[in-house]
Design a protein around this ligand. Structure first.
Ligand SMILES: [Cu+2]
Length: 464
């Protein structure tokens, strides 16, 4: 897990600005513009001043540096078109903030006075709504209701006190359908000022947003009028195998903060561990009311904080449980061809369309191996991701929680695939073979069942 040299330098500069005095003239201007062009997960941004907290890690993202100005924490967001590598080999033309979609994560401390400069470099007006914050009404960022729109080229200032600790988001409240479908959104975390059992300290604190795009295979700009039939289901505008693993040392306490700015709910499922929902957008869940889950459904516009103890070594899947959401660009009107012998049809079609391939006679798992086949250049494969035992046959909202006994504390580098101790993996049975299956016998049995029912149904009709 590395970050670009440019990104590192900018973040370092941000920390320096936050930690040292800046000249009065400089403070009269806008905060230095930090931008980040790497899709890699940046290391956490440890605060250089103010109360200490354990910073979050944004999956395939970064945290925005700030400067202190007369006791106010100042940030500079720039709304602009960006190029986002959604997976290796597939880059989309999105809109975002400071070089990325999603925009950078904003981290502050409960009680901080925060000033946010928002510069608009989009071709149309925008605004920023600070989702979940308690703030003066005029700072709520709703175009037409609480403020005029920020015209292209203009900069607006928002200022409020981060009154309560918790997990929040930001996104436009202007031409929302288009701007969110284009990728404009970001994460916001307000850390508690003093240690709190409601928002307990954890060893690793990961954040990501659930979002979705409709990019026609071969194209790079999302369709913005799509309502439900998106074809790219992403975390922080990344799709598997482009989503970074979530790494933990065995027995560490891990928090996931997840926000949903897509158009449908996502049941987020973790293998091999139990997690508790420890907070929502409305604040921390009282400890007495928490219960264990292995799947947490996150509705549209909601945020959830989940926590678990990473006590089991291994590579554990973390994914949305809607099966279509772990696939990349595909048509949803593909017929089920399982059990259909397509050979004659294929021969006929090949006379008209050279190279035509039949799909799905034995399921669609084979497609992962020829995953580069279906789309034009620049299209994400439907599913793939090479693992230690072959293709994972996954795409979209999928990643791996990698728990390792020897992962150093605070080290977010990918440790590679888990090496299973001998004798602990599922393996082929090599004893006496099972009796041969007979499809013909099964089919005869099915036919017999149908035939047996028919006279009954006919008899019923005749009685009426
Ligand atoms: Cu989903």
């Amino acid at each position: 897990m590395t970050s670009s040299r440019r990104g590192f330098l900018l973040r370092s500069a941000g920390v320096t600005l936050a930690a040292t005095a800046v000249s009065r003239a400089a403070l009269a201007g806008l905060p230095e513009l930090a931008s980040h062009d790497s899709p890699d997960t940046a290391p956490p941004l440890v605060p250089g001043s103010g109360p200490h907290y354990n910073p979050v890690v944004t999956l395939n993202g970064w945290t925005l540096p700030w400067r202190m100005n007369g006791g106010v924490k100042e940030f500079h967001l720039v709304a602009e078109p960006v190029l986002r590598e959604m997976a290796p080999g597939f880059t989309a033309r999105l809109w975002g903030y400071n070089g990325q979609s999603p925009g950078p994560t904003i981290e502050v401390v409960e009680g901080d006075r925060v000033r946010l400069f928002v510069t608009n470099r989009l071709p149309e007006h925008t605004s920023v709504h600070w989702h979940g914050q308690r703030l003066p009404n005029g700072m709520d960022g709703v175009t037409g209701l609480t403020q005029p729109a920020i015209a292209p080229g203009k900069t607006f200032v928002y200022e409020f006190v981060a009154r309560r600790a918790g997990t929040f988001m930001y996104h436009p409240h202007a031409d929302e359908m288009v701007q969110m479908a284009m990728g404009m959104m970001g994460f916001w975390v307000t850390h508690p000022r003093a240690p709190s059992p409601a928002i307990a300290a954890v060893d690793r604190d990961y954040v990501f947003l659930l979002n979705a795009y409709d990019v026609t295979p071969g194209a790079s700009v999302p369709k913005t009028s799509t309502m439900t039939d998106f074809n790219l289901w992403s975390w922080n505008s990344r799709i598997f195998p482009g989503i970074a693993p979530l790494v933990a040392r065995q027995h560490e306490r891990v928090r996931l903060r997840v926000g949903n700015l897509s158009m449908t709910n996502h049941p987020i499922h973790l293998h091999g561990h139990e997690m508790h929902v420890t907070g929502t957008d409305g604040g921390p869940t009282p400890p007495a009311s928490r219960w264990p889950e292995v799947t947490v459904d996150i509705a549209v516009g909601q945020m959830r904080q989940m926590e678990f103890v990473a006590d089991a070594e291994g590579d554990w899947s973390l994914h949305c449980h809607k099966a279509h959401h772990t696939m990349n660009a595909m048509g949803h009107d593909v017929p089920n061809m399982i059990g259909v012998d397509q050979k004659d049809v294929v021969d006929h079609i090949r006379a008209l369309v050279p190279g035509y391939m039949a799909m799905g006679a034995n399921g669609m798992g084979d497609m992962a191996d020829m995953a580069m086949m279906p789309g034009p250049p620049g299209t994400a494969p439907m599913m793939g991701g090479d693992g230690p035992y072959g293709s994972l046959e996954m795409g979209g909202m999928f990643s791996v929680v990698k728990v390792r006994r020897d992962q150093p504390a605070g080290d977010y580098r990918d440790p590679g695939w888990f090496e299973h101790p001998p004798g602990t993996t599922a393996h082929e049975w090599t004893g006496e073979p099972p009796p041969a299956a007979s499809h013909a016998a099964n089919n005869r049995a099915n036919d017999a069942t149908v035939q047996a029912k028919k006279p009954d149904m006919g008899g019923m009709r005749m009685e009426h």
